[in-house]
Design a protein around this ligand. Structure first.
Ligand SMILES: Nc1ncnc2c1ncn2[C@@H]1O[C@H](COP(=O)(O)OP(=O)(O)O)[C@@H](O)[C@H]1O
Ligand SMILES: [Mg+2]
Length: 405
């Protein structure tokens, strides 16, 4: 199996009660029961309302979800497909408890397979309800002990200037805005990275400190270092002194990654090429590697070398080769067949040349992917590839919906 198949979103052992709960229930009795009990159990900021799954999907498409979401499916015609829709907008740290009226083993099994924390048949005895809510908020161990975590994507330009940062930025933006995923962009070039510049944000010393002293990595420290580009698109970026030495190794990135995995669907690393040993470790460790190249001879040579290097490892992971037409065509260039033959890998995505749109986007500090242009279509294809939509079976489940998104 070439692609890592483990589940990729977290079950939140550390979720806090204060993170809150929301419930959409179809009947008055259960509504009253939850209104009485949730505050007693410490969920003082819970929101309980009459409604069901479609209302939950509607309400949370653009809004942050509480950690525990209780949804009633008793009046929903196609609960499994609606739950899939909910999965598509569900951030990693949310656990879902489903209420219904059908006491049916097949349905129960389907729901568990989809990844909901519990299915409870109404009227629900209070002790069962308590256990389900406690499990969903991480107070007691989840049934499904297998951790679900976000996907790490490492973007590496095989040469400087081939468009790696442009690829990281636009793919990340589309995953957040088109696919509603929680995305973290991490600019690993601490001295001269350009992601903050491209997003119009001011870098802080936070990421440099985290990577230099990984023992300090914790929620508070990471949150302080995190810059918000948009609600679902965050950035870690620093701008150390121009003559600063390279201060971190691949292990530090792995630790930070481990931490971010529980909170983001995708963590996209823009790799610093100036420290090859660290760069190669980060690339090796990532779930998906995006190698960006252009059609120059040097890029083709280096793409081949890196692909060979990545192939030598025991566990084969997903590697996507992106051909970015970052330079105007000169009329003298290697034909694609020759390139794929030489690098011994297919070109997975080709990004068309568009200097002007990219320059304007850069000047405005807005990703080009905001505009409907051919370059955006190419990045959309890449984002879908990362979500796994291309290979998705007709009836996919919650976890594959959440898997890496
Ligand atoms: N498809 C493209 N068409 C035209 N120009 C591009 C394209 N992709 C990237 N560029 C431009 O090339 C330059 C280098 O891109 P960048 O993403 O910073 O490369 P890298 O991170 O690999 O060094 C930038 O000015 C960028 O706007
Ligand atoms: Mg770059």
């Amino acid at each position: 199996m070439p692609v890592r198949n483990s589940l990729e979103i977290v079950t939140f052992p550390n979720a806090e009660k204060s993170a809150g709960a929301a419930a959409y229930v179809a009947d008055k009795e259960t509504e009253k029961q939850l209104k009485d009990l949730l505050p007693k159990w410490g969920y003082s900021n819970s929101q309980i309302r009459r409604g069901s799954l479609p209302e939950a999907i509607r309400d949370y498409t653009d809004k942050a979800m509480p950690t525990v979401l209780i949804v009633d499916i008793s009046k929903v015609a196609l609960p499994l497909s609606d739950l899939q829709a909910l999965a598509d907008i569900c951030p990693p740290q949310v656990n879902v408890v489903v209420l219904g009226t059908r006491d049916n083993v097949g349905l129960y099994r389907d729901l568990m397979e989809i990844g909901v924390t519990d299915y409870l048949v109404k009227p629900v005895p209070s002790d069962l309800l308590y256990r389900a809510v406690a499990r969903a908020s991480g107070q007691i161990a989840a049934r499904n002990a297998e951790p679900r975590v976000g996907k790490s994507v490492a973007v590496y330009g095989v040469r400087g200037g081939v468009g790696a940062t442009t690829t990281a930025l636009n793919t990340g933006w589309l995953l957040a805005n088109h696919h509603n995923r929680q995305v973290m962009l991490a600019d690993l070039n601490l001295t001269c990275g350009t992601l903050a510049l491209e997003l119009g944000l001011e870098p802080t010393s936070g990421l440099a400190e985290l990577l230099t002293d990984p023992d300090r990595i914790d929620n508070v420290f990471v949150d302080r270092a995190t810059l918000e580009a948009e609600e679902k698109l965050k950035l870690l970026a620093s701008e150390t002194e121009i003559d600063a030495a390279h201060t971190y190794d691949g292990a530090a990135v792995a630790r930070l990654m481990q931490h971010l995995r529980s909170r983001y669907h995708f963590i996209i690393h823009d790799i610093d090429r100036s420290a090859p040993a660290t760069a190669m470790t980060v690339l090796k460790n990532a779930d998906v590697r995006l190698l960006v190249m252009d059609t120059s001879l040097a890029a083709v040579r280096d793409a081949a070398r890196i692909l060979k290097f990545l192939k030598s490892e025991a566990e084969e992971k997903k590697t996507l080769l992106v051909l970015n037409r970052s330079r105007a065509r000169s009329g003298v260039e290697l034909p694609i067949e020759k390139i794929t033959q030489f690098v011994d890998h297919q070109i997975d995505i080709t990004i068309p040349f568009d200097k002007k749109k990219l320059a304007v986007a850069s000047m405005n500090a807005e990703p080009v992917a905001r505009a409907k242009v051919p370059i955006t279509d190419a990045y959309l294809k890449l984002a879908s590839e990362l979500i796994g939509q291309r290979e998705k079976p007709a009836r996919s489940n919650w976890l594959s919906g959440l898997r890496g998104g």
